[in-house]
Ligand binder design. Structure first.
Ligand code: SAM
Ligand code: DTB
Ligand code: SF4
Length: 357
């Protein structure tokens, strides 16, 4: 096991081949930097359009300047409250609007969650992420989630939750319970967002991210590709993420899992090389973030996943299931990591990846 410390994540020298950029100072954490944008979408698009090998090479250089080689974070997901969600996110099997065969279940009990978290830890995971199919939790849900968070934290795991929109006092309560990360994705570019969901706005998402950041919880925020978006929308998503001030500590890049019954079930799959490009550009734009190769790995195969690691991905969801859909099993992942000489990292300190502290 490699031991990652905070200092190992800090670049020792500037990355010379990147242009120096003005860092926004006044945008706050409410969204993309206003009028002082570090990464215009056009520049992000230019990166996406580079010759494939040049792009992956550049991303690997950025990666090596900021992270120990061969270190992969293993994060395990558990759906603690499944299905019956009132939102209509077009990709999601848990929306009550779509007939996907997912049965609604109520919030899991502490003991069952602790058992799953312990099993994840025993299998080598260092982060445990609890997902709930809520539009926005009620305060009594936050009380129960706080119990779950403290119990999982007590096992010595990093804690993460993804529960929908959060109000400031709810974020504070979760932080007090020991929540290290909150996952809330921007999903796509603002210009494509309304094609995918119309029960909540892009600004709603930015507001939740702001509340999470203000509570002192690390931000896990990424998106989905392969939803029928144009390349310009991929550039737009990446620019939004990179221009968050500060940018997220974790950036999950999901490839759409096309679930029968969802509106996006018949979308043409993204070309795998274009998926690798998105990972590479995320690495270049957000050098100190954990870039997570997230949903969709079952469809990628070992060779494309290896390219994603080459392009700077240094985290995966680890365990036989994502939330309700499948994921490569632990045996397959252990074999893949061994084949590539990659090792799961160990947690050495709470919130070691507060890269912007
Ligand atoms: N209900 C909460 C919310 O939407 O914020 C939390 C759970 S939600 C399932 C978490 C994220 O999973 C979504 O924002 C989306 O990015 C991702 N996701 C959901 N369904 C997916 C799918 N079919 N393929 C890829 N990613 C998906
Ligand atoms: C994220 O960006 N991807 C994960 C996690 N955050 C919560 C969820 C993927 C869900 C894939 C479809 C499913 O199993 O529900
Ligand atoms: Fe509900 Fe989250 Fe699924 Fe949207 S992504 S339908 S909010 S569970």
């Amino acid at each position: 096991m490699t031991l990652v410390t905070a200092t190992e994540n800090v670049a020792e020298k500037p990355v010379q081949f990147l242009k120096s950029r003005s860092v926004p100072t006044s945008a706050g954490a409410s969204g993309a930097a206003m009028g002082d944008e570090r990464w215009p979408a056009s520049e992000v698009q230019a990166l996406l359009d580079k010759p494939f090998l040049d792009l992956v090479f550049e991303a690997q250089q950025v990666h090596r300047a900021h992270w120990p080689a061969g270190d992969i974070e293993l994060a395990t997901l558990l759906s603690v409250k499944t299905g019956g969600c009132p939102e209509n996110c077009g990709y999601c099997p848990q929306s009550a609007e779509f007939d996907t065969g997912v049965e609604a279940q109520k919030l899991m009990e502490v003991d069952a969650v602790v058992q799953a978290a312990q099993a994840a830890k025993d299998a080598g995971a260092t982060r445990f992420c609890m997902g709930a199919a809520w539009r926005a939790p009620k305060d009594r849900d936050i009380e129960k989630m706080s119990e779950l968070v403290s119990a999982v934290k007590g096992l010595g795991l990093q804690t993460c939750a993804t529960l929908g929109m959060l109000a400031p006092h709810q974020a504070t309560a979760l932080r007090d319970a020991g929540l290290d990360y909150y996952n809330h994705n921007l999903d796509t570019a603002p210009e494509y967002y309304t094609e995918v969901v119309d029960t909540r706005s892009y600004q709603d998402r930015l507001d939740t991210l702001k509340n999470v950041r203000a509570a002192g919880i690390s931000v896990c925020c990424g998106g989905i590709v392969g939803m029928g978006e144009a390349p310009v929308h991929r550039a737009g998503l990446l620019a939004q993420l990179a221009n968050l001030n500060p940018y997220p500590e974790s950036v999950p890049i999901n490839s759409l899992v096309r679930v029968p019954g969802t509106p996006l079930a018949d979308t043409d799959p993204i070309d795998p090389m274009d998926f690798v490009r998105v990972i590479a550009v995320a690495r270049i734009l957000m050098p100190k973030a954990r870039v997570r190769l997230s949903a969709g790995r079952q469809q990628l195969g070992d060779a494309v996943q290896a390219l994603c690691f080459m392009a700077g991905a240094n985290s995966i969801f680890y365990g036989d299931k994502l939330l309700v859909t499948g994921n490569p099993d632990v045996q397959a992942d252990t074999a893949l990591l061994a084949k590539l000489g990659l090792k799961g990292k160990q947690v050495v300190a709470t919130a070691e990846e507060h890269v912007h502290a």
